[in-house]
Design a protein around this ligand. Structure first.
Ligand code: GTP
Ligand code: MG
Length: 205
């Protein structure tokens, strides 16, 4: 898929104020600093469309971007950021869970995990919660430029293996990406294109 346009639409902490156009939507979620905003910029071929930072906690709201006039991409704040107050964390968790539970046009979410790290409890719990609530998602391994191919292969298969030892009977679809090297860009965009076409075909029925 070619990216012809990518425009910021609105930032929100209230799911009821998110755009109400019925377009297929894709959300990026994961721990703070895992590379959600960077991946969005890489996919859109834009340096600063989504705000990034070396310090965790950069993205604080639900950010909608409209792509090619017919789908939405959503940049979310990271979970598991320790340096915010308990109260802030609760408020934040609430609007994120509201978003996932209520957003009907959300066709697929991407849970990002750093390819260098072993499975983390917070990610496992989040994926379990997604599964229990019937929210479809894929896993995106980020920062692949930081490891050699052999190590990537080893980590990814160990990660998927851990998932299968847990509550999952089937591993979710996964992608391996690097925002600095553009790795995984075509695969992800093709995947999104396929689901988007399906969404519009289903609408016609
Ligand atoms: P929050 O908004 O705080 O939740 O973080 P985020 O998940 O949006 O992460 P962000 O994209 O801001 O990136 C965090 C840091 O990781 C930045 O310093 C990025 O430059 C770096 N980073 C992100 N993706 C990659 C990647 O693929 N490779 C490398 N080497 N660094 C990356
Ligand atoms: Mg961010």
């Amino acid at each position: 898929m070619k990216i012809k346009s990518a425009d910021f639409v609105i930032s929100n902490s209230d799911v009821s104020k998110c755009p109400n156009e019925l377009l297929p939507e894709y959300a990026f979620i994961g721990r703070s600093n895992v590379g959600k905003s960077s991946l969005i910029n890489m996919l859109m071929e834009r340096k600063n469309l989504a705000k990034t930072s070396g310090r965790p906690g950069k993205t604080q709201l639900i950010n909608h971007f409209k792509v090619n006039g017919n789908w939405f991409l959503v940049d979310l704040p990271g979970y598991g950021y320790a340096r915010v107050s308990k109260k802030a964390k609760k408020t934040f968790q609430k609007y994120i869970t509201n978003y996932f539970e209520q957003r009907q046009q959300l066709v697929c979410s991407f849970v990002l995990v750093d390819v260098r790290h072993e499975p983390q409890k917070i990610d496992m719990e989040f994926m379990e919660w997604m599964g229990e609530n019937g929210i479809p998602f894929c896993i995106i391994f980020t920062k692949a430029d930081k490891l050699k191919p052999k190590a990537i292969e080893r980590n990814v298969s160990a990660y998927l293996h851990t998932l299968l030892e847990g509550v999952w009977q089937e591993a979710p679809q996964h992608f391996i990406t690097s925002s600095t090297k553009n790795t995984g860009r075509d695969e992800l965009l093709n995947f999104i294109e396929g689901i988007t076409e399906q969404f519009f075909n289903d609408q016609k029925k």
